[in-house]
Design a protein around this ligand. Structure first.
Ligand SMILES: Nc1ncnc2c1ncn2[C@@H]1O[C@H](COP(=O)(O)OP(=O)(O)OP(=O)(O)O)[C@@H](O)[C@H]1O
Length: 123
């Protein structure tokens, strides 16, 4: 019974990921960027520790994007009047995405730049 409930919960979670993929252009763009980064990771042969940072960076951005989308959808559903508090709620959620995207960019530069430079030197 507990297993069945768990698998239903998992199905709902997958449904949430699918829904954000369908409705959020930014999520799709970040997903595309993640796929390109993963392919680049194989090309430059990242080390184990570099993969760890890369995976954490990608996961953080996609998670923040999903939570931002949940906040947006909840507010859209509640349909509040124009109000400074409603603005703050959306802006704070969008800020979380920006913070993770900046972090991911910094990690990307630190991880990939030396690899790309040494690859170019060996040509
Ligand atoms: N009810 C509201 N009251 C005051 N400001 C709002 C309200 N709703 C949205 N805003 C402001 O307008 C901005 C854009 O909101 P909008 O609903 O158009 O897009 P979003 O849901 O944040 O993003 P997306 O473009 O992904 O749908 C928000 O970031 C917020 O600053």
């Amino acid at each position: 019974m507990k297993d069945k409930r768990r698998s239903i919960g998992f199905k709902f979670a997958l449904n949430g990921i699918w829904s954000v993929m369908k409705s959020e252009r930014n999520f799709r763009l970040h997903l595309l960027a993640a796929i390109i980064v993963i392919i680049a990771g194989f090309v430059v042969e990242l080390s184990r520790i570099e993969w760890l940072f890369t995976v954490v960076a990608i996961g953080s951005v996609l998670s923040a994007e999903s939570l931002n989308s949940a906040v947006e959808k909840m507010l859209d559903y509640l349909n509040p009047d124009v109000h400074p508090q409603a603005k703050i709620v959306k802006d704070v959620a969008a800020g979380a995405v920006l913070l993770t995207a900046v972090m991911a960019t910094i990690i990307g530069v630190i991880v990939f730049l030396p690899n790309i430079v040494s690859m170019l030197k060996s040509w």
